[in-house]
Design a protein. Sequence first.
Length: 339
Amino acid sequence: MERSLDWDSGCIVAVDQTALPSRTTILRIDTVGDLVAAIRRLAIRGAPAIGLAGALGVALSAHRHTVAGRTDHAAVRADADLLAAARPTASNLEWGVRRALARLSEGPDAVLAEARLMLEEDERTNRAAAARAAELIRQLCRRRPLRILTHCNTGRLATAAWGTALGAVADLAAAGEVDHVLVTETRPLLQGARLTAWELAEAGIPHRLCVDSAAPAAISRGLVDCVLVGADRIAMNGDTANKIGTYGLAVAAARHRVPFVVVAPESTLDPSTASGDQIVIEERLAAEVLGYAGLRTAPAGTAVYNPAFDVTPAELVTAIATERRLLRDFGALSGKATA
Ligand SMILES: CSC[C@@H](O)[C@@H](O)C(=O)COP(=O)(O)O
């Protein structure tokens, strides 16, 4: 499969991200219910990827609810609402669903054409944002080759192709500028250990895996030249929601004057959210923290706090690189200043 997510013969096809790295399993999804479930259980995950999945889901629904050339718009809109609500934090999901839905009056093929266009755009978008971030890192960091810290998974699996922060890592690595990438495990679901380490190995980019709690220590010991992460929702003041643990990395990076750069598509910027305190943070099931892969790691019944994301205040973010611009003065997001 060229893309980690695509459309094929009336189905959404996607790499099952819960099966990696043990198995490469391709899901064929042909109902909106199964798609919502795949997004909720993180088989399809990563902000850009769930946005694209949402758009493909609307196309799936539009085709399913078209009989003899007549589309049941109310049924498709109800499916769109279900899809948009599958996970609350990433703004890309609602963006993808709404963009595909906007073509509904033109019929199911137009909806699918829009979703397919979004798949194509995704790679161009990611490459542009990643190249911009890589260029910034070249300017900000003097040491070569670079030691880059990243969190969660922002590679091709989290998008349709190329990736955001991990795309920037790939750009720098292709230019021979990367010593190694320090990859956080990303508890509780191990997106860093399972997915980022797998993608970096595939790409032949040297990397080391560390437990999440070792990452701030690595920054404090001078073992990290820059931190590169993705985002799920960026508020208009630059506050950035991303995988739980990002905030702690940003605090450590600021304390030790290490550049902390966010790489994300414009679709992650949310014009309706003024600041990070308005971002809804998804809370996930206790079972994800109480055990892993069927093994209990805490006494049954232990109370759990399991937020999937945290919010890094803009003041801790060195810059946000998108496909269109580099944001360093966060007033630019609310139109008060130019980027
Ligand atoms: C390019 S992916 C950017 C973010 O979506 C990523 O960093 C992240 O936090 C993903 O969380 P997940 O819960 O795995 O979907």
